[in-house]
Design a protein around this ligand. Sequence first.
Ligand code: PEP
Length: 255
Amino acid sequence: MVKRRPFIAGNWKMNKVTGEALAFAREFKALAPELQGADIAICAPFTCLAALAEIFRDTPVAVGAQNMFYERSGAYTGEISPDMIVDAGCSAVIIGHSERREILGETDETVRRKTRLALETGLRPIVCVGETLAVREAGRAAPHVRAQVEKALAGLDPAAMSRVTVAYEPIWAIGTGRVATAADAQEICAVVRGTIAGFAGAAAGETYILYGGSVKADNIAELLGTGDIDGALVGGASLKAAEFAELIRRAAGAA
Ligand code: PEP
C-alpha cells in the first residue's frame, strides 16, 4: 500500500472560548508554513468554528466540527446540521467519538446515518471506533472494532471511501497517557482496513486510518512507521499551538 501524507486532526473537545481559539490560531498560523508534509485539521467547538475557518482561510489548515445531526434541517431543537457546519466554513466532522457514544447515547445507527449525510453534504467524516478496556481484556478488540466499522460504513459506494477517515481510538488510551503499543494499534488498524476491503474492495487502500489515544510528539513517528496508520486524532496534545505544531513536524518527518 502506498504510504500517504499523514493526516493529523486535533480534537479540542469542550475546550476554548472564541478568544482562546483565535489566540491559538494566530500562533499556529505563524508556524503553519513550517508544517508542510502533513494534512492538518482542527476540530473545535461549534461556537468558534466560523471564526477559526475565517482565520485559516487560504491556508492548508482545515477546520472541522466534533459532531453533527443526522438530518439536514427541521424540528430538532439544539442540534446542528451538516449544512450549518459547511456554512461555518468547515470541511470535516468527527462522528461517533467514544465520549459521545459513552456519555451522550450515540449509537452505531446514528453513526451510520451521520456518516452518510456528512458525505452527501461534502464534509470529510472522521468516524471513530474503539474498544473499552473490558472488551480488550476479554480478547474481543478485533471483532468489536470490525462490527463498528461494518455498521458505520458497509453499503457505502466504494468510490466514497477515499473521502472517509476512520479513527481507531481504544477508549482506555484516550486522555489517560496510556498509549497502545504501535504493534497493537497497527493490528487493529489492519483489521479496520481489512473490514473495509471486505465490502469496498481495493477502495480500502484509499481510506485514511488514524490512531488516537494519548498521541504526542514523542510517539507519533513510531505509530506512523507501521503499515496501516495514516495519521492521528489528537486530543490533549492539540490544545497548545507549539506542542501541536511539533507533533505535526515529527509526523511529516516520519512519512
Ligand atoms: C481524542 O480526543 O480523540 C483523543 C485521542 O484524546 P487524547 O489524545 O487526549 O488521548
